[in-house]
Design a protein around this ligand. Structure first.
Ligand code: AMP
Ligand code: GLY
Length: 424
């Protein structure tokens, strides 16, 4: 069976790695991938957002099943294009992808279906937005409506900062059409966590829980990034909280999708703030998280390809979750997230390959002759298993000592937030 993975990051490496272990021995292809994925999948030199060219490729090469990693192809309508041609693909259609592609759409959807989230208003006029921010005061959160590669949400500690952000978005249009509108929302206090499910119509299957570390620096300081590390499961999501997430968020969302006539089949990521009042939605993503996917997939014990195929066909599936912990530390380039330096030779990967319980998923890497070099902001995900979270953390950080590239930096505190919940 031929399977195509769409995307270039650490999440896609983890997806390809998990699929490659299937009893169905799939012949894997990746568009475009990275140096790590190319070790297990054949490279396809088509941009993930060139949905027509990808569908042509899938038709010509007899691809049996396609799994989409990032949001951009989904928002661009890759699923609609593949399904029009009778090709099997796992992901939501364009209409469903709007839950991530437009924050204003997602917020209106949540309001309509009574899904708990921060209070908000949508603006396209700078003066009106400024007046609102001045009335509400700080802290306050300003978000570009459309896709901005994880950089479109700004938590503003002062009114001044909020007004500057509004100016950048609405007047300067730093993200082009993606910031034609902005969402201004109430600042929520609490602990963040990620809850990802697979949805097929009425059915849903929760994947293991996880927690990301979005800020660049230790202690949650510095700018927001795509994510600097994650672990699974997270004690932040207790069984009681999980029950509320299912009832107040997932089930209402599925009901809403049906009411709106959106046939949703794919992953759905809920970015949560666990507040004093309970779980509230920060954002919906229509895909697996990156870096959350890495520890999550490491802990799924099913044959993932079979699981996906069965779920795709509408069968009932049962997820088997490992008892072990998994933790992922992202190694980033100097200058990330603003202006990452690239083209740096990466050393030490061969040594780390030999370590027990350690897996390195590549993100921004490519081959240059006999070297593997950095090609993006997030470069590698060093992941490890442990019988405890502490052990997983120790193994991941021990492995990092063998790896280096010029300007490499990473957070030293991935997982620490969990220890207070675990009493460690
Ligand atoms: P988003 O892309 O909407 O998930 O926002 C990115 C990050 O900004 C989140 O992971 C949070 O850390 C932070 N954030 C977003 N919205 C809020 C909010 N209403 N209150 C507090 N922090 C927020
Ligand atoms: N790790 C956050 C995201 O994938 O959006």
């Amino acid at each position: 069976m031929k399977v195509l993975v769409v995307g270039n990051g650490g999440r896609e490496h983890a997806i390809a790695w998990k699929l490659s272990q299937s009893e169905l021995s799939p012949e894997l292809y990746v568009a475009r991938g990275n140096a790590g994925i190319w070790e297990i999948a054949k490279p396809v030199d088509i941009s993930p957002t060139d949905v027509k060219a990808l569908a042509d490729f899938a038709e010509k090469n007899g691809i049996d099943f396609t799994v989409v990693g990032p949001e951009a192809p989904l928002v661009a309508g890759i699923v609609d294009e593949f399904e029009k041609r009778g090709l099997r693909i796992f992901g939501p259609p364009k209409k469903g992808a709007l839950l991530e592609g437009s924050k204003a759409f997602a917020k209106a959807f949540m309001k309509k279906y009574d899904i708990p989230t921060a209070e908000y208003r949508v603006f396209s006029d700078f003066s009106e937005a400024k007046e609102y921010v001045e009335k509400k005061g700080a802290p306050i959160v300003v978000k570009a409506d459309g896709l901005a590669a994880g950089k479109g949400a700004v938590v503003c500690e002062t009114t001044q900062k909020a007004i500057e952000t509004l100016d950048k978005f609405l007047n300067e249009r730093v993200f082009g059409d993606a910031c034609e509108k902005v969402v201004v929302e109430e600042f929520l206090e609490g602990e963040e966590a990620s809850y990802i499910v697979m949805i097929n119509g009425d059915k849903y299957v929760p994947l293991p829980t996880s927690q990301d570390h979005k800020r660049l620096l230790d202690g949650d300081r510095g700018p927001n990034t795509g994510g600097m590390g994650a672990y699974s499961p997270t004690p932040v999501i207790t069984p009681q909280i999980e029950k509320r997430i299912k009832e107040e968020i997932i089930e209402r969302l599925i009901y809403g999708l049906k009411e709106e006539g959106i046939p949703y089949r794919g992953f759905l990521y809920v970015g949560l703030m666990i507040t004093k009042e309970g779980p509230k939605v920060l954002e919906f993503n229509v895909r697996l998280g990156d870096p959350e996917a890495q520890p999550i997939l490491m802990r799924i014990e099913n044959d993932f390809l079979k699981l996906l195929l069965d779920f795709y066909e509408g069968k009932n599936v049962k997820l088997k979750e490992s008892e072990r912990w998994a933790l992922d530390v992202v190694l980033a380039s100097r200058g990330y997230p603003q202006k990452p330096e690239t083209g740096k030779i990466i050393h030490g990967l061969d040594i780390v390959k030999e370590l027990k319980d350690v897996i390195v998923f590549h993100a921004g890497t490519k081959k240059e002759g006999k070297f593997i070099v950095s090609s993006g902001g997030r470069v590698l995900n060093v992941c490890a298993y442990g019988d405890t979270l502490k052990e997983a953390k120790q193994k991941a950080y021990d492995a990092i000592r063998y790896i280096c590239f010029e300007g490499m930096h990473y957070r030293k505190d991935i997982g620490d937030k969990a220890f207070k919940y675990l009493g460690e």
